[in-house]
Design a protein around this ligand. Sequence first.
Ligand code: ZN
Length: 225
Amino acid sequence: MQHKDIKKIIILLGIPGSGKGTQARKLVERYNYTHISTGDLLRALDSDPEADPVDKQMLEDMKTGHLVADTLIYKLAFAEIKKQLDDNRGVILDGAIRSVEQAKAYHDFFEKEDVLDDVLVIDIKLDNETAYRRLTKRKICSDCGHIIPFSQKNEDIMTCEKCGGVLTVREDDNDETIKLRLEEQGEKMIAPIAAYYDALGVLQTVDGSLDIETVDGTVIDVLEA
Ligand SMILES: [Zn+2]
């Protein structure tokens, strides 16, 4: 089935625990879009012997403790986005934009490529308190790593739906780590980015506090509207 009216550049915003990653995976499956992951792009650069030596050097610097330069991320991400769009395939950006400054850099790139009309930003809105409750209760399969998000429905599930393995609460999901993640990547980080996109008229907000299926349905409604 063709979804020709759907925007080609989907930017997902959401705090940890909002289900943003789950939605990104679903959209990749449903529309055959490409998930733009900066982590994957850096790994690809690392394993590509033909890559630009300057980029390689920046990556090596990063490995020795320097922060990844935004310029390197932009270069890799923009090249990948352009390649996908040229192939007439849409892209999902999830977690790539963590500041208004980065949002502006992406915006400039989209403008230069004349694809601003194809940008849609979906904010899967959730408050820090609800996210905290979810993150401290989600489970992971000890065998295959499958993650079971917290929901009323999943509360009593003890075995993995994929492989039958034993589910445990994630090790990194301890209070302090989660508090720190929500402090850094929570509402405080997302709100100005969402406001930036709202002012541009490309923001749609979805209530992320509802169960996954409902959020999923709402995201599709927003996309296919
Ligand atoms: Zn499993």
